[in-house]
Design a protein around this ligand. Sequence first.
Ligand code: ZN
Length: 171
Amino acid sequence: MGLPSCRPYNSLPVAWATMQADAVDTKMMDLALQQAREGLAQGGVPVGAVLAANGQVLGAGHNQRVQQGDAVAHGEISALRDAGRRPDYAGTTMYTTLSPCQMCSGAILLFQIPRVVVGEAETFAGDLDFLRGRGVEVVLLDDSRCQDVMREFQERYPEVWSEDIGGRQFR
Ligand SMILES: [Zn+2]
């Protein structure tokens, strides 16, 4: 639609970023959301994630902080763990219902995951420009279903949220 191709991706408006999502992205985010809802049903932090490539799920998971007593088992880490060892992550996309925290952003960069699709960045902003600045393609869906599951959790379990990344954002 005549958008200038020379414009840096990270300066594009959100509306344009949203247009980058396709049917596979929608399906994968639905799976990530299903993971998040499972987490909420277990009384856990409802962040779900899926690692996928070529329309195939490589790994999926949700935050297991409460369920496993594991402070570092964030949604994205659980999905990476589920995917197991890989020689490389070329062509993969990380789908996560919530904007990645610093730890998960670090994992995305460490494994050189080239693309991240984020459900929402309202209940926790994370730092999407950090990822974009490191060359990661970031698509923000602004999915109200992802916001709803986090808001419900934040209201029901504020102390658990505070233990996890909820307690980090004001420091
Ligand atoms: Zn994280």
